[in-house]
Design a binder for this molecule. Structure first.
Ligand code: CTP
Ligand code: CA
Length: 225
């Protein structure tokens, strides 16, 4: 079954989508990051725009082409992303957090390149927790604002995703199995389970990320707006 965006489903709605993986600098030439490509988030931004929404895409490291008629805000770190999301969320109807945000960052960022020397055969990185963006902006959430998260899991997918709906006070979470090579990170395809706060579950087949994005946008319009 194919899900085409309904051109007026999100007319007049402001949708904020985050995408990509944050980069946490260690020194001027190095950073910590993850395998996120941004494909899922860019596909969601595209689907929401085709459904008539005014879309802001807040993107950490991604080399993908910006979807037409989408406002792009580029960020680097989780801290940058928090600032951008806080600002955009104030006037948003829907926030969809598909970005893979680094949970930790180097506690100290060296202002010069860190050199190896003959005597350091080991090195320990001191990391510090990043703020949780969904939890932070969730504190200012208004009744009519919709917040959707993603859960990247290698095991106990549904149980872990359900915990995140509660912990982050979400309307819905997209549970994503990232243990397989053919779906999830970097792949063009994905298979997800949409989990709702009331316990409802919808499991998709393996489909293109654009198709999954179209279904997500349709569900948002049908269930929440
Ligand atoms: N998220 C966030 N801020 C963070 C980390 C994650 O807003 N600092 C968001 C992600 O964008 C995603 C959701 O929270 O929508 C779940 O992210 P995930 O990494 O799966 O869960 P965590 O809560 O970080 O827990 P863990 O990585 O330990 O499983
Ligand atoms: Ca995490």
């Amino acid at each position: 079954s194919s899900y085409q965006p309904v051109p007026t489903a999100l007319t007049g709605k402001k949708v904020v989508v985050t995408a990509g993986g944050t980069r946490e600098p260690l020194d001027p030439v190095r950073y910590l990051t993850n395998h996120s490509s941004g494909k899922m988030g860019y596909a969601i931004a595209h689907a929401a725009q085709l459904a008539g929404a005014e879309v802001t895409l807040i993107s950490a490291n991604s080399s993908l082409q910006i979807p037409n008629h989408v406002r792009l805000i580029k960020v680097e770190t989780a801290a940058d992303m928090l600032t951008a999301v806080q600002k955009a969320f104030q006037s948003a109807d829907v926030l969809i957090m598909s970005a893979a945000i680094a949970d930790f960052r180097p506690a100290h960022v060296a202002d010069r390149k860190i050199k190896k020397s003959t005597d350091n055969q080991r090195m320990t990185l001191d990391l510090i927790r990043n703020p949780d963006i969904l939890e932070t902006v969730g504190q200012t959430k208004q009744k009519d604002q919709v917040m959707i998260g993603f859960a990247a899991e290698t095991n106990d997918l549904i149980m872990n995703a359900q915990k995140k709906i509660k912990a982050k006070n979400l309307d819905m979470i997209v549970a994503n199995d990232v243990s397989k090579k053919t779906i999830g990170f970097n792949s063009d395809n994905n298979q997800v389970t949409f989990l709702f706060a009331n316990g409802d579950q919808i499991k998709t087949d393996v489909e293109s990320k654009q198709q999954i994005a179209n279904r997500l946008v349709r569900l948002i319009a049908d269930k929440f707006l």
